[in-house]
Write a protein that binds this ligand. Structure first.
Ligand code: FES
Length: 135
């Protein structure tokens, strides 16, 4: 059983014509495997894995790490606060959710556009030499 929003039917259209009735059902953009991982155990990644002005989603760790400016790192849960999909990428300072289009500020996790209403949960990121430690 998946998330009711991601696994459910989003649209239904009924088309009639010449006495015939057709039902068209379209699933949402959430596919199998998009539900976010909830592993919040500490991990580390090379600093070079997180580009300046962008970031990287570590889906297997349920975490997105950003670097809005050189040397400024942030980490957040990758679980969208709308319905739990994994955020997919960072573009122009925004962390994007592919399921329903929410976007979050890459510097503080705040909602930029919904349907999400709550910010991404912050995680702690510490620079240790050439590694980022996320806890
Ligand atoms: S799960 Fe709906 S916008 Fe992210």
């Amino acid at each position: 059983m998946g998330d009711p929003v991601c696994s459910g039917v989003s649209r239904r259209a009924v088309l009639g014509g010449a006495g015939a009735l057709a039902v068209v059902v379209t699933a949402t953009g959430c596919g199998a495997g998009q539900a976010a991982k909830t592993d919040t155990s500490p991990f580390s990644v090379p600093v070079g894995d997180v580009p300046v002005g962008g970031g990287k989603v570590f889906a297997e760790r349920g975490t997105v790490v950003t670097q809005p400016n050189a040397g400024e790192f942030h980490a957040f849960s990758a679980k969208c606060t709308h319905a739990g999909c994994t955020v997919k990428g960072i573009v122009k300072g925004q962390i994007l959710c592919p399921c329903h289009g929410s976007s979050f500020n890459a510097a503080d996790g705040a909602v930029i556009s919904g349907p999400a209403e709550k910010p991404l949960a912050a995680r702690t990121v510490t620079v240790a030499g050439a590694e980022l430690q996320i806890s």
